[in-house]
Design a binder for this molecule. Structure first.
Ligand code: AMP
Ligand code: MN
Ligand code: MN
Ligand code: MN
Length: 284
């Protein structure tokens, strides 16, 4: 296990590539991270391990540590949660077959969304989303991009609000993995299960505490404390939660590409010193 002290900017354990809704290839993502001073990087694409071999290869070339990760879509209490698995073995069957099921669901959902959005005036939606994803997982972010490209919305944010959120005309409801199920897959693959961006679910404090209790009961290991989509007071709330629930801490930008001009790889703040870092438990 390498000794990696978390100096600001050196660790980022939540990122995306073209294997899902990121804009950079795994190689380009690793290059950008290395150029920016990141020493320990996890690639965590939505419901797929497809980018990991390429990323590992490039990380070896660049002399940085790559943690093999995944961000699993979970349905809990009719809500979607994201559980990041860190340090997963890509050859392990339980995780691979669980993800294959989610990929089939994504594919069906993408088709259904495409049809609904075509009816809303987004010409050739299904086919174009598939092309945009280039063989990677098709996500709502791909449809958001098309809605912006065609001038139906100004910004992706608006595309989600008008078309892609529950209750909107492009939304298709699916039941993803169960919470215990996803954590079980991650553990079967030797990984650590991390609750992603706890403040980004639009929950009240009471719901967040229910979620954290359920996550702990299901065997979860850690939570993201310092995230790209958190403000400093969110980080503070999460640090308190990590202490209260006895969870380890993780840090991740949730970087999707240079179009997110407000985000940078490795930018999340360091973990407070009294929270046990999840990466101490990963071998790389
Ligand atoms: P999916 O997993 O296919 O439902 O897509 C979810 C992805 O869409 C997330 O991982 C984000 O990258 C992106 N996303 C979700 N909500 C928003 C939003 N309000 N604005 C921009 N991107 C979003
Ligand atoms: Mn995403
Ligand atoms: Mn997420
Ligand atoms: Mn993410």
């Amino acid at each position: 296990m390498a000794d990696l002290t978390h100096t600001p900017g050196s660790i980022d354990l939540h990122t995306h590539s073209t294997a899902s809704d990121g804009r950079l290839s795994p190689t380009a993502l690793v290059d950008r991270a290395a150029d920016g001073g990141v020493r320990l990087l996890a690639l965590t694409d939505h419901d797929t391990l497809a980018g990991l071999d390429e990323a590992s290869h490039q990380a070896r070339i660049r002399g940085i540590e790559l943690i093999k990760g995944v961000e699993i879509s979970v349905t809990w209490e009719k809500r979607t949660l994201h559980i990041v698995g860190l340090g997963v073995a890509t050859s392990e069957r339980t995780l691979a077959s669980g993800l294959a099921g989610l990929q089939a669901l994504r594919d069906q959902r993408a088709r259904a969304m495409g049809k609904q959005l075509e009816a809303e005036g987004l010409a050739g939606a299904s086919e174009r989303a598939r092309e945009l994803a280039g063989g990677g997982q098709i996500t709502r972010a791909h449809y958001a991009r098309l809605l912006v490209d065609d001038g139906l919305c100004d910004k992706p944010q608006q595309a989600f609000k008008r078309y892609l959120k529950p209750g909107r005309p492009g939304y298709v409801n699916v039941t993803w993995a169960g919470l215990e199920e996803a954590i079980g897959w991650i553990h079967a693959a030797g990984g650590q299960a991390v609750l992603a961006h706890p403040m980004a679910y639009g929950m009240t404090g009471a719901w967040r505490r229910r979620m954290l209790t359920a996550f702990c009961d299901a065997g979860g290991d850690a939570m993201e404390v310092c995230c790209g989509n958190h403000n400093p007071s969110d980080n503070h709330v999460c640090a308190r939660d990590a202490r209260h629930y006895g969870l380890k801490g993780s840090v991740g930008s949730d970087y999707h590409g240079p179009h997110q001009r407000w985000l940078a790889l490795g930018r999340p703040l360091p973990l407070p010193a009294d929270i046990e870092p999840v990466w101490v438990h990963l071998s790389f």
